[in-house]
Design a binder for this molecule. Structure first.
Ligand code: HAM
Length: 445
């Protein structure tokens, strides 16, 4: 944004106001406790369910996503941030994590590891969509991928993992929608049936769906346009046209969910917006978000993806969740985040020698695991004590010119108001004792 401002020396000067790029945002310190809670929970549950962390680059080759997420999908066709490198390579900012994890699985020969290879990731994704609440151009996902197992029990476990994370964060009312979209055996037959049904009614479909009819008829089921939803309501459903193997797979998954007492609804129109899914697809919605409902997460099986990227035929299943949306859901429900430890001690100093000694004291306290705040830049003792008060610390250590020469420190108890002089060498032990005592007194009260 450019503003014209009067320069004190005369002519008006252009002032450039720098702002975040549309659809991107800063996550400020006040919001970090929410993000910390999600990150901590994801780490804990990943470890409980034996997933290992993987970090892949934010920039990947464009054709990785064209081949996997799918050339005809909105994500690849309309929403990818693409650019050319200096050497002319076509790269893009990743719009999702699954293709990169699969690429890494093949590139690093992970097929030799015990199956399934369980990987999880946390990081930024980029989609050039219309920004609105819960939809950003840079957003964060955590995702879980289990590669190398075709048993539907893994589908159930991945859903269980997702729900466990949401519940541990404090988001309990989750609506789970599941569907099966078949495999290479039964999908072509269903696609034909669906296309023929839709073609007979194509005049009433929206423009987008008319195009989708040719490229990917399944996506018509996902359309939110009123006239399309009316047609879709009577359309043939994939669950009624599954081959024996897919039917068995889906039935077993539903039995597992029943066994786990996980409530679900079968949504025969759930197809998801990415091309690689086979058999199971699912989505997790915030249950009480009636208006402008937004999916918190989604996933499914992708049994052909590893092969498609040049690996051996390897089944896989996974899910990802939107962290920005989870933070919003936490705020809406009044769920608190995880605060970093509050300082118990404030270190105030006066004079250059005292400042130097303070560095040493700070190091001693930090190594002893005592959270300590300081204000090395401020010379004025009054201002430093004001800051200590604002932080609500239990003790203030004051070291001035005299104390630095005497190798002592003044320890002021902020609750009782009394103070004493402690030898510098023994300050860490003395502070530890005092904090213990204060803790006990608070407990008794
Ligand atoms: P997805 O459904 O495209 O799936 O994204 C997963 C979640 O990311 C969504 O449910 C939503 O919470 C969040 N999300 C997506 N787009 C945005 C956005 N523009 N702003 C904020 N949040 C957003 C995938 O990405 C698949 N890779 C999931 C998967 C993993 N399937 C198998 N393994």
């Amino acid at each position: 944004m450019t503003n014209l401002k009067q320069n004190s020396n005369g002519p008006k000067k252009k002032v450039i106001k720098f702002q975040t790029v549309r659809g991107m945002r800063d996550i400020l310190p006040d919001d970090q406790p929410y993000w910390n809670k999600i990150r901590k929970t994801v780490d804990k549950i990943a470890s409980d369910y034996n997933y290992n962390r993987i970090d892949t680059p934010i920039v990947e080759m464009v054709n990785l996503f064209e081949r996997t997420t799918g050339k005809g999908t909105d994500v690849v066709e309309k929403e990818m941030y693409k650019f050319e490198t200096q050497s002319g390579k076509k790269v893009s900012l990743r719009p999702e994590g699954t293709p990169s994890v699969v690429r890494a699985y093949i590139e690093h020969g992970m097929k030799t590891k015990p199956s399934p290879v369980k990987l999880f990731y946390i990081g930024p994704m980029f989609r050039y969509d219309r920004p609105q609440k819960g939809r950003y151009r840079e957003f964060f996902q955590f995702g879980f991928e289990a590669i190398g197992e075709q048993d539907p029990i893994l589908d159930a476990q991945i859903i269980q993992t997702a729900l466990r994370i949401f519940n541990s964060i404090g988001i309990n009312k989750i609506e789970l929608q599941v569907n099966s979209i078949g495999c290479k055996e039964c999908r072509p037959n269903y696609d034909k049936l669906l296309t023929s049904y839709l073609k007979n009614r194509s005049r009433s479909l929206c423009m987008n769906c008319k195009n989708r009819l040719e490229s990917n008829p399944l996506r018509v089921l996902d359309c939110k346009e009123e006239k399309c939803t009316q047609i879709v309501a009577q359309a043939p459903q994939s669950v009624d046209h599954l081959c024996t193997d897919c039917k068995k797979h889906f039935t077993y998954l539903l039995e597992c969910l029943d066994e786990l007492k996980i409530t679900y609804s079968i949504n025969p129109h759930l197809v998801r917006g990415l091309d690689y899914y086979t058999k199971t697809v699912f989505e997790l919605w915030a249950h009480d978000d009636e208006e402008g409902r937004i999916a918190l997460g989604g996933g499914g099986r992708y049994d052909y993806l590893i092969e498609k990227l040049g690996g051996k035929k390897t089944p896989a299943v996974g899910f990802a969740a939107g962290m920005d949306r989870l933070v919003d859901a936490m705020k809406d429900r009044g769920i608190k985040g995880v605060k970093t430890s509050k300082p118990k001690v404030f270190l105030a100093q006066l004079g250059d020698l005292a400042k130097m000694k303070s560095l040493l004291i700070f190091q001693g306290l930090e190594r002893a695991g005592i959270p300590v705040a300081e204000s090395f830049g401020r010379g004025n003792l009054k201002a430093q004590l004001k800051k200590a008060n604002q932080l609500g610390v239990d003790l203030v250590l004051i070291i001035g010119q005299r104390e630095s020469l005497d190798e002592t420190v003044i320890v002021k108890d902020m609750l009782g108001g009394n103070q004493e002089v402690v030898i510098l060498e023994k300050v860490v032990v003395a502070i530890k004792k005092k904090l213990e005592k204060i803790k006990k007194e608070v407990r008794i009260k």
